[in-house]
Ligand binder design. Sequence first.
Ligand SMILES: Cc1ncc(COP(=O)(O)O)c(C=O)c1O
Length: 402
Amino acid sequence: MFLGYFGWTQTGPGILGEIATAPLNVNAMTWRTSPAATELETVVIDWPRQWLGLPNEFGGVVYDTASVGIMHALAAAREEAAPSTRKLGLSGRDLPRFRVYTSDQAHSSVEKAAIALGLGEENVQRVPTGSEYRMDVAALQAMIERDAADKFKPLAVVATVGTTSTASVDPVSEIARICREQKIWLHIDAAYGGGFAILPEFKWITKGWSEADSIVINPHKTLFVPLDFSVLYVRDLERLRRVFTLVPEYLRGDTIEAEKNYMDYGIQLGRRFRALKAWVIWRSLGRVGMAARLREQVRLTNLLVDWIKADQRFELAAPVVMPVVCFRLVDGDESKLDNLNSEIVEHVNASGRAYLNQTKLRGRTVMRVGFGNVLTTEQHLRDFWELIRETADLEGRAPSRP
Ligand SMILES: Cc1ncc(COP(=O)(O)O)c(C=O)c1O
């Protein structure tokens, strides 16, 4: 009954993969420090690329998280918009103020990347979304034009496939068209949503991906790999390497040309052998096994949606695209509903029996359920829904807190 965040990717084989990794204590920084870790990383990175149908000009690298992935992607974008930034930095040069655009539903990692890269939090411009929480492309176009007239330089657009609150999917093809015309880096944050593209019925979410410059997916959210395991794909990975390769004297003997040294693709030198647990879980479940589990999440999602629709006290708060359901108690005095919904979540979580999140959509508090925990069964979901209804009854009767 853990239905918070984006589920939880803990599986038996995944745990074994982690247990096998720790005592090996391998450092995947150069090919020589561990040929096996390097080669296996290259192998496992390529599997999701094929599953998601990304063209083979995309190469990848494993980081801990999507937040670190977007920071590296925007560093490469920054280098292309302002060549020699790697060498000279941004300040004291005659450079315009750069802008990064992303939707009002996008993850806060976009701002964090801008902070880390010296682009500035305020230069991340939030583009409004339409009724389905997808980026409004006309608004994006207008913002870019306005900024260009004001002498800002658009650096990147970050489109999201599976936003954090509602799992909405931005219209990537249309965004890609603008990026292509204006020569702006397109990064796709498919941290959560990307993994669903292994299902033919979700193929539509990959529209426009082949036009992106970079894409991040989090197999630790959707593809059953235990935390932490995130992959950044870059079209022509050499663009990333050019920004980050730096070989100090004490590593020179270790880095023979033509060998892949993953230290060249980011700020980290020492790197964990993350590929092993991915290999174990993906070999263990197989693509068919993963697809079956994802489909089960979708089935449970649809059940919950039906129950919400059948109870007039509740309503769906956003379209349901992936196994994320935002809903709201709507029975009662409108001015008290935000508090009431929040209190239901607090109460259920405090009970220790189930766990869910709350979020805000267009300023209103809603309850949010995220599937993904492989242990969640239909019976759990029934019990969870019963708990929500009972708690709503209780909270509805209780004098509301100030
Ligand atoms: C859409 C999206 N992007 C990025 C992230 C950040 O992921 P990570 O925790 O791997 O940095 C999240 C986390 O929930 C997310 O939902």
